[in-house]
Design a binder for this molecule. Structure first.
Ligand SMILES: NC(=O)c1ccc[n+]([C@@H]2O[C@H](COP(=O)([O-])OP(=O)(O)OC[C@H]3O[C@@H](n4cnc5c(N)ncnc54)[C@H](O)[C@@H]3O)[C@@H](O)[C@H]2O)c1
Length: 374
């Protein structure tokens, strides 16, 4: 079998999870890595036993000019996502996966979408929560109508400061610079524009509707754009006369003295969804599998309907499976056809939602994401 050749640009923190879906497959060969710091490339090759044949580059243009790759993985700070994607679309590549958030601006999202379309390249905006087993199961159950017609979602993100990865300051510093991180806030936006992308997407994905208006308060503590409270109303369905108006809200807490045991970031998520016949709770994501998951109080999914409680726990809860499944889905889309999740258009709309929330906090008024055009 002809192997698909994979090149990766950016060998920082998230490389350790993005690489997993490419390992131990007969159909994949990792041929080249690029990072401005040689030390980062060497560390990853050693850590994941990638072999001495992998070629090293420090300039992404040189790698793309020289190498013949099928799949390009872009794991760079946000300000580089658009420029590297556009350069790569001039090459003979089958698929480009760009880590979230897609780009700083909607104009850049459009440029990326158009360049990929014009060159017949599949564009994936890499989002892992979609493929996290409890979220996948929850989505399937919602579609089966387990709690009836959904009319409300609450997404809580708990940010603690101790208990997770030991992260270098370099991965943090660019997120505090608004020119590099994006989002428009003076303090940068490591929370709402960066991590928030996952949660804005989940709000769209789990409910299956677009947003009519969003309003938010985004505070600032310890250089973070948190705590924050963001609320929105979904656009009514076009094909139904009977529906309960549907709302959502997102809450970011910051607990500076809390220890949150996690194999990854000291962060976790708790989602509740209400429908016409019941309520669903999804317990945990980023820190899934930790001491909380092992207790009887936090099953992966809890359903209340018909006056009874049901718990569902028979699935992997380690957050890394979201990354592995997401990458496998992309490889299948390249090999057998089909759209990547997220598509460029989905990434663009999620970016509009995020920028609308950020703009609302700055202007103190409701914004419709579709009015974010820049
Ligand atoms: N899906 C998730 O849950 C998740 C989690 C973390 C990060 N991310 C996303 O992944 C991307 C990378 O984040 P990270 O945390 O790994 O950042 P990082 O700072 O740890 O890594 C970035 C890497 O890019 C390299 N780099 C910077 N500029 C470069 C250039 N011009 N050419 C070549 N290499 C260059 C750096 O040396 C570094 O090794 C961001 O878009 C971020 O939002 C996603």
């Amino acid at each position: 079998m002809e192997k698909l050749k994979v090149g990766i640009i950016g060998c920082g923190v998230i490389f350790d999870l993005n690489i997993l879906g490419y390992l131990n497959r007969d159909d994949i060969e990792i041929t080249c890595l690029c990072d401005s710091k040689e030390r980062h490339i060497k560390e990853k090759i050693e850590k994941f036993n990638l072999g001495s044949d992998v070629r090293h580059y420090h300039d992404y243009k040189e790698m793309l000019d020289v190498e013949n790759i099928d799949i390009l993985e872009i794991l760079l700070p946000h300000h580089l996502h658009c420029e590297v994607t556009l350069y790569a679309t001039q090459k003979n590549i089958l698929g480009i996966s760009v880590q979230k958030p897609m780009a700083h601006s909607i104009k850049d999202c459009d440029k990326m979408i158009n360049a990929c379309k014009n060159n017949n390249i599949k564009l994936k905006i890499f989002e892992n929560f979609t493929f996290y087993p409890p979220i996948m199961r929850a989505k399937q159950l919602l579609e089966e109508g387990i709690i009836g017609e959904v009319n409300s979602i609450h997404i809580k993100t708990l940010e603690a400061s101790k208990g997770g990865w030991d992260i270098t300051t370099t991965t943090w510093i660019w997120r505090l610079d608004p020119k590099l991180c994006g989002g428009g806030l003076e303090c940068g936006s490591p929370i709402i524009f960066d991590d928030g992308f996952h949660k804005f997407w989940l709000a769209i994905h789990l409910i299956g509707a677009k947003i009519e208006k969003v309003y938010s308060w985004i505070d600032r503590f310890n250089n973070l754009d948190a705590p924050a409270y963001i609320m929105w109303k979904y656009a009514p369905p076009q094909d139904s006369d009977f529906f309960v108006p549907t709302y959502g809200n997102m809450e970011y807490n910051y607990s500076p003295n809390m220890t949150l045991p996690s194999p990854y970031y000291p962060e976790d998520e708790f989602i509740s969804i209400t429908g016409s016949e019941g309520i669903m709770w999804i317990n945990q994501a980023t820190a899934g599998g930790n001491t909380m998951s092992k207790s009887e109080f936090f099953p992966a999914i809890v359903i209340f309907r018909d006056g009874k409680i049901e718990t569902i726990s028979d699935m992997e809860r380690d957050w890394k499976y979201g990354f592995i499944n997401s990458t496998h889905h992309f490889i299948e889309a390249i090999k057998n056809g089909g759209d990547p999740i997220l598509s460029g258009e989905e990434g663009k709309y999620t970016t509009q939602f995020a920028l609308a929330a950020l703009k609302s906090s700055m202007l103190g008024k409701e914004i419709n994401p579709k009015d974010i055009k820049e």
